[in-house]
Each structure stands twice: as structure tokens, then as C-alpha cells.
Design a protein around this ligand. Sequence first.
Ligand code: LMR
Length: 424
Amino acid sequence: MWRRSLVPATKYFSTMKKEKMGFGWWNHVKPAPKDPILSITQDFLADTSPHKINLGVGAYRDEHGRPVVLQSVQAAEAYIAANQFSELLSSDATSKLVEQSVKLVYGKNSDAVTEGKLAGIQALSSTGACRLFAEFQKRLYPDSVMYLPDPTWSNHHNIWNDAEVRVRTYRYYNSISKGLDFPALLEDIKNAPDQSFFLLHPCAHNPTGIDPTEEEWRQISYHLKAKNHFPFFDVAYQGLASGDLENDAKAIKIFIEDGHLTGCAQSFAKIMGLVGHRVGCLSILSCNKKQATAIESQLNQIARAMYSKPPAHGMILVSRILSDPKLRLLWESEMKVMTNRIMRMRACLRRNLEKLGSHINWEHITNQVGMFCYSGLSIDQVVYIAKKFHVYITHDGRISMAGVTAENVEYLAEAIHEATRVNK
Ligand code: LMR
């Protein structure tokens, strides 16, 4: 008070500000590069055109392009609202979620589940599960390498780089055939140093929508085993490739039959339409119960220092849907509806492009599965359709088919057709 009376207020505050701010702590901070997926939504939001379409982020939309809250989720919400949250949140609630999650991928009767050899922890969706695993990998195998498919979900690179694990890629996509480059993939598995880590998308590969056949999975499993590589599965779209949960977990079962120890990052963001809830699970298959307990304690310790525990609401929603037989059936039928709608839109987009007289072979649109179509559009073509048609897809040409509807598919086809004629 006394100082203030001597120094004029504005001067006092500006001096104080300078003194206080003193050292320019953050002068050297530059803006981070834009996220290749999330920035597309920002561009879309900034666009004022009434024709704009966001096909960047993989999020399910109904036939009118609206976000969907599944009926199974609504019923689970009603159950939560009608009960005491604290009672639903019993001490073993998260371990129940883990138990239900691992049954989804490994099968409820698999030895992995029944013999207690799985270490598991609730995670912040698949991103969080991958991040926990990357940290675990760094601690236990500091000199190891994580091999990612080329291409893969862009955030995989961020996750393993941030955990300071060495990252390399293995070949996956053949840009000529717009399919799997299987010989190159096997070659890279064989040439990787023994005991490397390999990230695999067991179904609905993001971004390409190209999955190996069952026979190819058998060979991949064989060659990974021959080199003692560790298979780590990112399971973000189980059920959304074929509409069937078991079918989409076939690759993982092959690896288990072959005697691999495995890791799985699971997410309920897409398959239950719970993107904002961040519900997921990380599981690691070990040799016995004792190992599983030790691994689980390590994972819990890593999570504890990062964020302690994930939020509980979404976890209870998922748990309810997986444990209530009626809700489970409802959810599985809703998953079929989502998958079928996406498949219909694939056929429709291809048909429209062919109808427009496109000379490009668009078969890959219907050959690929899951939420994404790896269109083969170049960056110039992608920029063209954003500028001229206000259609937003990621710069690698990935189209989120989950956002394509009967109302916008013709317009999308026109945009693609024109872009491929103007920018060859
Ligand atoms: C996507 O690939 O679009 C999704 O996995 C969403 C995300 O977080 O990137």
C-alpha cells in the first residue's frame, strides 16, 4: 500500500510485471507442428462454406452425418443415472473392465485368459495404452526398436518417439497395387534385428484399410516367431472391419496358437462411439501368473506417476455393456449397422466415381475394410478438394468413410473426380 502511494499505479504495475517476468523462460518456445489428423478438423471448423464435409478424423456418423450415441450406450447411461455411482465404482471395477476387454480379443475360453497369464490395466483409450506400453518397453528393453508399419496411424510415431524408444518402419503398402506389399513386409521382418518389437493392426488397418489374409497372418506370425520378435497389437477397430468381433480378432488368435507372448492396446472409442470418454485397456501376455503380477505392478506404477487412474464414468459404461447380455447383444447389432453402412458407402462412392467416367481403377475403395479408405489421392489433389469443394481429408489421402453419407457421397465423388482430372 505504501509503495503504491508513491509510484503511479500503471508505472508500478509495469515495473512489477517486468521484474516479475524477469527471465524470458519461454522465449524460445515455437509452435508445435500441426497434428496431421486433428488439424483437419480445425481447418474444417474454420471453413464457413455450407457445403463443407469433415472426412478427416475417424469418427462414426449416422446416415445424415450426425454424431451417434449408441442405444446400448444410452441404456448404460440410464443404468448409471439410476444407481449410486460410488457403488458402481467398487474396488474391482477396473479389473472387471480389464477382464472383459481381454476376453474380447483373446476369447473368453482361451488359456491366456483362464490361466491368469495376462497382465492388464485400464488405459486412456488406445493412445494411452500404447503410451504405457512404450514406457514399459523403454524401461525393460531400453535399446530395443519398435517397428511400425509404413504407413501407420500418425500418432504411433509420436508415442514411441516421446517414450524415447527407437522407431523404424516395416513396409506394408504397395502404392501401385493399392494393396498389401506382403513380400516386402516379410523381408523387413526377417531383416530386423532379433527380438525387435513389431506393432501390428489386427484388423481395419489405419490408415490403409488393408488387412492381411488369414494365410498371410499365419506367415507373419511364423516369421516373427522365428526371429523372436514381440508382436504388439493396436486393436482400435475390432468389429468394424467385418461386423463381427471374433472374426476381427482372428489374427491375434493365430499368434496365441503359435505360442507368442503378445501385447494388446484396446480402445472403445470407435467401436462404442465413446471417443471423448477415453476408455481402453493395455494387456500383456506373459508365461505365468507370477510374471503377470509383476508386469501389472510395473504398469500401475507407470500410470500412477503419469495420471494415477483414468476417469471412471466411461469405464463403467463399457463394463456395463460388456457384462449385461442384453446390452451386449444390442451393441453387437449396432456395430453391424455401423459396419454395413460404411460398406454401403464404399460401394456407393466407387459406383459414383465410375458413373462419372473416371479412368482410375477404384476397386480398392471396396477392397479395403474398416473406417478408412486410403484413396491414393496426392497431396495436391487433397488440397484441391479442400479449397474448391470444402471436403476435408487427411493429407495422405485417407478418407474417413464413417462420415460419408447417401447425402454427400455424390458430391464427394464429383470432388475426387475433378481433382484427379485437374491434378494428374
Ligand atoms: C483417427 O485416426 O482418425 C483416430 O484414431 C482419431 C485420432 O485420435 O487420431
